[in-house]
Ligand binder design. Structure first.
Ligand SMILES: [Zn+2]
Ligand SMILES: [Zn+2]
Length: 293
């Protein structure tokens, strides 16, 4: 019997804090019934490289096995700039990026999402090449790690690279180890970068362009965020699902699009006071779309 979209296990969840230990992400995920979750493996606003002990790994793996979370993705530190200007920032970024991959490897996290970086003083083309060089360097420095690095689409705020599918495709073409690279679409970011998904027509045009330029076979994660700012604003501000400039229709289309079916979908929307209430609301709304295009 053919399974309907509702029967299938949808990989849906939210970014969760690891305050109190990496394993605590699963307790939080459980509270809002996540089947997929995203974590930082360290404080995302610091350069430090915390030691993950074998006890930490054990606790993490035990908690994961007991939970209903089927897939964990990690997001790298916000400080990392893989096309950073100057040797100091670039080297620091590359070292931190490699450490991110190593921590994922230790924890058995297959997908690590990265922001390409900001080009500041160099031109975009040069920056795109430098991001690819950094990723190549990290891949060869972590040859044994079973971790796939996912380039996240950006809003193009400031001098951030990776805001067009063409730019993402160019980075991908320069990355040598094809088995270790993929893409993460962020709905808020692509919308802010000018890709409309508000109606069936604009949604199809955007996704067909993604298929043509990048390819859905490389898509391994999606960030589901509505956008506070208008189409093409290039401003990265996340809003609750259906409450922003994208609106419910765009998310309904994604939740019923076969091309997104097996892709983990992660909220990065504001948490609300208790840290859970708004995730609950957003996830419930997204689940309600499934099977009702
Ligand atoms: Zn994102
Ligand atoms: Zn964002």
């Amino acid at each position: 019997m053919k399974k309907t979209a509702v029967d299938r296990r949808v990989l849906l969840g939210a970014h969760m804090s690891v305050a109190g230990g990496l394993y605590t992400a699963f307790e939080r995920a459980e509270r809002v019934a996540c089947t997929a979750v995203q974590i930082f493996t360290k404080n995302s606003n610091q350069w430090n490289d915390p030691v993950i002990s074998s006890d930490d790994v054990l606790k993490y793996r035990e908690a994961k096995n007991k939970s209903k979370v089927e897939l964990v993705v990690s997001h790298d530190s916000y400080l990392i700039n893989l096309c950073g200007a100057g040797e100091l920032l670039l080297n620091k970024s590359r070292t931190a990026f490699i450490q991110e991959i190593e921590r994922c490897s230790l924890l058995g996290i297959k997908y690590m999402i990265l922001h390409p970086g900001a080009h500041t003083i160099m031109d975009r083309r040069e920056a795109v090449g430098l991001v690819a060089d950094s990723v190549n360097y990290a891949h060869s420095s972590t040859a044994d790690a079973d971790v796939v690095t996912l380039i996240e689409t950006t809003a193009g705020q400031g001098t951030n690279v990776g805001s067009s599918f063409d730019e993402i495709a160019e980075m991908l073409s320069l990355i040598r180890n094809k088995k270790r690279v993929g893409v993460c679409i962020d709905t808020c970011h692509i919308f802010a970068a000018g890709y409309d998904i508000r109606t069936k027509e604009t949604y199809e045009a955007t996704m067909n362009e993604f298929e043509r330029v990048v390819g859905f076979d490389l898509l391994h994660a999606v960030h589901l965020n509505d956008a506070k700012k208008p189409l093409g604003s290039r401003v990265d501000r996340h809003e609750h699902i259906g409450k922003g400039q994208i609106g419910k229709a765009g998310f309904r289309l994604i939740m019923n699009d076969e091309r997104f079916e097996s892709v983990p979908k992660i909220l990065e929307t504001p948490k609300g006071e208790d840290g859970f209430a708004m995730d609950m609301v957003n996830l419930k709304l997204l689940r309600s779309f499934i099977g009702k295009p």
